[in-house]
Design a protein around this ligand. Sequence first.
Ligand code: GLU
Length: 507
Amino acid sequence: MRVRFAPSPTGPLHPGGVRTALFNYLLVRKMGGQLVLRIEDTDQTRFVPGAEEFIIESLSWCGIEFDEGVHKGGPYGPYRQSERKAMYRQYAMQLVESGHAYYAFDTEKELDTMREQFKASGVASPQYNAISRVRMKNSLSLPSDEVARRLETGEPYVIRFKMPRGREVRVQDRIRGLVVVQTAQLDDKVLFKSDGMPTYHLANVVDDRLMQITHVIRGEEWLPSTPLHVLLYEAFGWLETMPEFAHLPLLLKPDGDGKLSKRDGDRLGLPFYATEWTNPETGEKMPGYREAGYFPEAYVNFLALLGWNPGDNREIFGMDELIQAFGLERVNKHGARYDFTKLQWFNQQYLRSRSVDSLMEPCSQLLIQKGWELEDSILRALIPLVMDRMVLVSDFIQEVRSFFEEPESYDETVVAKKWGGVFPAVLEDLIRCYESLHEDWSGTTAEALFKEAAARQGASPGSLLQGLRLAVTGQASGPALFDWMSLRGRSACVARLRRAASTLPTG
Ligand code: GLU
């Protein structure tokens, strides 16, 4: 098996592109074979500087490794189409000579006039095709000496595919099944442009052939081009080695129909690209998932399940497990919603499965940035208390803020609900008990004394617990309270309880 990921360097790689690269990677690693990175940069008007480097970096962050490509070299290079420019003309010429393609000399103005005339006569989307081509300036409509003269004088021309009439093209797609298209619906696409460059269609087919690609796995947006590609394979006489096709379903908006776009991330204030993208025109930097602190494993796991399912309800898959489980049979036809909250969920799962040791370094870096100091032994005990509540490692700061800063205010809904009745009396009692404690301070002791104080007022400790949390942290929820209090230390807890008792209403 030889597969390729063939992006055009027209901007930062869209998540759909990362998913296409991933599915190619998973399948080829499972089946054995090579994955090629080919850069399709034949449309120089759409070239964006930095896009190619971005593609390579994003995919490498995801752990998607290529065997051959622009950055790797390999036996079928060069892998950048602009560097293969000289090769394509002979293939276009081959089709002209065999009668499958022709020269067209029409200017932009003449093309516009043709479209307008057809529109005026009621044709909604006029095309350059078997009907209109006879009225245009091309080597099928002009006398042959006129064509020869134009070619000799160096008049600009394009080479168009001569779409056969009255044919039915059948494409067997591994995901969509049999796709049947009538050639009457297809136009005479340009294969070779006046600037000496091939178009996407010609370059794509020629390169897939020359690079001996066996499976073309790409986004659904390329399905409409596939009948033309099949006809090109046929015209070249390459049908026997034509690759198999698999068109992956679109990525849809999180909350409705329609294609996913960067604006969907912007609306939620969340990253959209895998890694940071710097707009080459404005210099503006857009942080990616990497910069925002997502784990590449979580991102890959999330993307893998967009349009593919393992056949059971397992959701957590490392790369090796994905390779084992992946297959095109379980890729769906219908689009997959890009649910940002699901990505957060995956990241949370991966974070929870991290060892405390592996989080020590990033968490202590975060503390240093804040200027908050903590002994390693306390940090080691604090991380497991809060890690289940974090989506990103950087959430650590917000989860431990109340550990370092005394509450500036108290959650009002909890004050209204819990601060009253016997609570102030329990609190006074508890402060005295904590102050006069002779044993060592621990979570167990703190909890036992709290239960005793509650019992003395005839209250159930459970009903007062949230009030206690409010008094020490100011917050309605948080990590296991008594463990937290044990790490925070006795005198700091007493000070906080005193402060709450004097700040909050007593009855
Ligand atoms: N250059 C096309 C793109 O940008 C590649 C489509 C294909 O894989 O054939 O997506």
